[in-house]
Design a protein around this ligand. Structure first.
Ligand code: KIV
Length: 302
């Protein structure tokens, strides 16, 4: 059956900048993160190559492949989040030639259904950006701390410090806006510089570690939910501690199992108790309120 909802539009980016209403972007990597991000009210979802670190356990984003991105983008799109989905072009896919870049972008659009791609870098990616736009693939830019440049940058450091670096960033931002990008991520740059960039260009800036003067903000799903152990960078605000909650939940499950407190009749079949949450007294399934609420695949019929 056709989805009756309108196709998510990237127009939200220009509209929010016009209205002066901050854009909210959250990363998503699979069905559950996409459902949560969209239900939480994000204006757009970014399938960031940060998935290499938070989902796949790599130390950097460099090992992420195009196949990885396609795999995760498809899972995000299966959530039918109803908002635009933007995918990172992973390292190596937009460095060789415009033709290879377009082929990578086409895979993300055609096989994974994303609405746009993001790529790191400014002027030096001019040919790749032009080729993507020529192939009808909308492009988001990414300046400042570009994690794919970690080896050249010598680590994850604040960028745009000093007159020369500031001028380069302003020039690259103006270039990306002029080139036709619909938005620009600014990562780990001084707040005053990000505000200058935001005022200087016609497309919205989406900050991460770039202060409150941007047109919007993006956070990594795992960071904002506190899913992973260890300290967070200064620019992260943890809105929940789901990692700790998860550990406590698994520990409670383990204790219940070991003490034979789970399962009870309530979670067992037979004995006159309605079989599952979401079933009425006649045993008719009313369906899970939240996809995935009935453990993968829903209620078995037997
Ligand atoms: O990969 C990613 O998640 C990103 C955001 C941090 C902007 O690029």
């Amino acid at each position: 059956m056709q989805d009756p909802r309108p196709v998510p539009s990237l127009d939200v980016f220009a509209r929010r900048k016009r209205e002066g209403m901050p854009l909210v972007v959250v990363t998503a990597y699979d069905l559950s993160s996409a459902l949560i991000g969209a239900a939480g009210g994000a204006d757009a979802l970014l399938v960031g190559d940060s998935l290499g670190m938070v989902m796949l356990g790599h130390e950097t984003t460099l090992p992420v492949t195009l196949d990885d991105m396609v795999h995760h983008c498809r899972a995000v799109q299966r959530a039918r989040p109803g908002v635009p989905v933007i995918a990172d072009l992973p390292y190596g896919t937009f460095h060789v030639s415009p033709a290879e870049t377009v082929r990578a972008g086409l895979r993300l659009v055609q096989e994974a259904g994303v609405h746009a791609v993001k790529l790191e870098g400014g002027r030096r990616r001019a040919d790749m950006i032009a080729a993507l736009l020529d192939a009808e693939i909308p492009v988001m830019g990414h300046l400042g701390l570009t994690p794919q440049s970690v080896n050249r940058l010598g680590g994850y450091r604040v960028q745009g410090r000093g007159a020369e670096a500031e001028a380069r960033l302003l020039d690259d931002a103006a270039f990306l806006a002029q080139a036709g990008c619909f938005g620009l991520v600014l990562e780990c740059v001084p707040a005053a510089l990000a505000a200058r960039v935001t005022a200087a260009i016609a497309i919205p800036t989406i900050g991460i570690g770039a202060g409150g003067g941007c047109d919007g903000q993006v956070l990594v799903f795992h960071d904002l939910l506190g899913l992973l152990p260890g300290p967070s960078p200064r620019f992260v605000k943890r809105y929940a501690e789901l990692g700790r909650m998860g550990i406590a939940a698994v520990a409670a499950f383990a204790a219940d199992v070991r003490e034979r407190h789970f399962p009870t009749a309530e979670h067992s079949y037979g004995g006159g108790v309605p079989a599952v949450q979401g079933e009425d007294a006649q045993g008719e399934s009313t369906g899970p309120a939240y996809p995935g609420g009935a453990a993968a695949g829903g209620e078995p019929s037997a």
